[in-house]
Design a protein around this ligand. Structure first.
Ligand SMILES: [Cu+2]
Length: 151
C-alpha cells in the first residue's frame, strides 16, 4: 500500500504541476458547483462559539456513505493551509480528508455547525467530500477566509 500511496502522490505531483486544473479523487463533481460560507465574510470579527453556515450550489448534500451522483458532505478545515497545499496536500486530494481538530466532517449531511475557537485569528475553508471523504474531481472548495475571535 505504501508503494501505491507513493506512486499516487508522485503521479498527482506530476499531473497537478503540469495541468492548471487540479484533480481530486475518483468521484466526479459538477465543476461549476460552488461551496461557500454563507454567514461570515473574510475579516469578520466574531465571538466564540462561532456559527458557520454552509452554502452549496450546483450539487446536493448527502450523508457520508451515500453513493449518489453529484452529492457530497461538508468538511470544515480550520487553521491549516488551503486544501491540496501543505505537506500532505497530494495525499488528501487522492485519499481523503483527515479527521482531527483541524478537519471537521459533517457526514450526517449537516449544513451548519457551531465551533469553539480560541481568541485570535483563524482560517476557515469548506471542502466537499464524496461518500468516502475524498475530495471530488474537480475538488469543490470554498475560498479560505480569516476571522478574528474577540472573546
Ligand atoms: Cu467526511
Amino acid at each position: 500500500m505504501k508503494y501505491f500511496r507513493t506512486l499516487g502522490a508522485a503521479v498527482c505531483t506530476t499531473i497537478c504541476l503540469a495541468v492548471p486544473l487540479w484533480a481530486g479523487g475518483e468521484t466526479t463533481s459538477n465543476p461549476e458547483a460552488k461551496v461557500y460560507i454563507v454567514n461570515l465574510a473574510d475579516g469578520a470579527e466574531v465571538s466564540s462559539p462561532v456559527m458557520v453556515v454552509f452554502g452549496l450550489s450546483g450539487m446536493g448534500v448527502a450523508p457520508a456513505g451515500t453513493e449518489k451522483e453529484n452529492t457530497g458532505h461538508h468538511h470544515l478545515l480550520i487553521d491549516r493551509p488551503p486544501l491540496g497545499q501543505g505537506e500532505d496536500g497530494a495525499d488528501e486530494l487522492s485519499y481523503g480528508i483527515p479527521a482531527d481538530e483541524n478537519h471537521l466532517h459533517f457526514g450526517g449531511g449537516q449544513t451548519e455547525a457551531t465551533v469553539e475557537l480560541a481568541p485570535g485569528t483563524h482560517t476557515l475553508q469548506l471542502v466537499m467530500g464524496d461518500m468516502g471523504h475524498v475530495p471530488h474531481s474537480t475538488p469543490i472548495v470554498s475560498d479560505v477566509i480569516t476571522i478574528t475571535v474577540t472573546e
